[in-house]
Design a protein around this ligand. Structure first.
Ligand code: IPE
Ligand code: IPE
Ligand code: MG
Length: 248
């Protein structure tokens, strides 16, 4: 079987890939285990995916790890997820370092437990001089939250005279999102066979290619990432134009 990795066009690697890592609970159930077991297995998928992304030269990888809505889950599951996050950050820092990965976050981090923030910040500091893949964890993130925050800032700055409302356009608006320094993802992947966005990067995926796979997140590996990118590379992105216009 030929590997998707070998089929990839090196000149058409997306700069930014975003992933909705879904299906941990169902994976655990399938294996006769508690949901938390699926979250634990998901760490291995993150490791493989991050490694693969770095290997083929993706610049930014955004992983949806915990949504604003996920705060509504049972308390014990939230606690287990937070503990796992601390454990994973600690255990993965060394291999992230080795792979030259930088780390950042988007989301309402103030809502995260202090212990998680401390671990995250220390990991971010350790990795800050790395020059390879930029790994962005979306934590306590939702797109409606992010857009609302942006609007609030814009209104404040307009009221105080720092910003002229006549200057507001889509390019300016983007500067107020937590992804201000990032290109929009060319490709969004969601695992577990659900066909929805679940409040993730709504603004930024306006023109992203969407890729859905039945694979549950704990079964996802770098070769699945390469398959998704191969699929992406064989699409025609027209951005509203006609095919003929793209050729000329
Ligand atoms: C994704 O897996 C992980 C998080 C949302 C934190 P789920 O926990 O949503 O797993 P399913 O969708 O219930 O199978
Ligand atoms: C989306 O998955 C959020 C993350 C992967 C972190 P969910 O499992 O929370 O989404 P829904 O409930 O299926 O929309
Ligand atoms: Mg889910």
């Amino acid at each position: 079987m030929e590997l998707f990795r070998n089929k990839l066009n090196k000149n058409k690697i997306p700069k930014h890939v975003a992933i909705i890592m879904d299906g941990n609970g169902r994976w655990a159930e399938k294996h006769g285990n508690a949901r938390v077991f699926g979250h634990k297995q998901g760490v291995e998928s993150v490791r493989s995916t991050v490694e693969g992304a770095g290997e083929i030269g993706i610049e930014h990888l955004t992983l949806y790890a915990f949504s604003t809505e996920n705060w509504e889950r049972p308390k014990y599951e939230i606690e287990a997820l937070m503990s796992l996050l601390i454990f994973a950050i600690e255990s993965e820092t060394e291999s992230l370092m080795k792979n030259n990965v930088r780390l950042s976050t988007i989301g309402d981090l103030n809502k995260m437990p202090g212990s998680v923030r401390t671990k995250l910040n220390s990991c971010i500091n350790t990795l800050q001089s790395n020059t390879g893949l930029n790994l962005i964890l979306a934590l306590s993130y939702s797109s409606k939250w992010e857009i609302t925050e942006a609007v609030k800032k814009i209104v404040e700055e307009s009221k105080s005279g720092k910003l002229n409302p006549d200057d507001i356009n889509d390019k300016l608006f983007e500067k107020y999102l937590s992804t201000a320094d990032l290109p929009d993802p060319e490709l969004l992947i969601r695992t577990s066979g659900e066909f929805r966005i679940s409040n993730f990067l709504l603004w930024q995926i306006a023109y992203s290619e969407l890729y859905f796979t039945e694979k549950l997140w704990p079964d996802f590996r770098k070769e699945d990432l390469f398959r998704a990118i191969f699929d992406y590379q064989n699409r025609e992105r027209r951005f509203g134009k006609t095919s003929e216009q793209l050729i000329s």
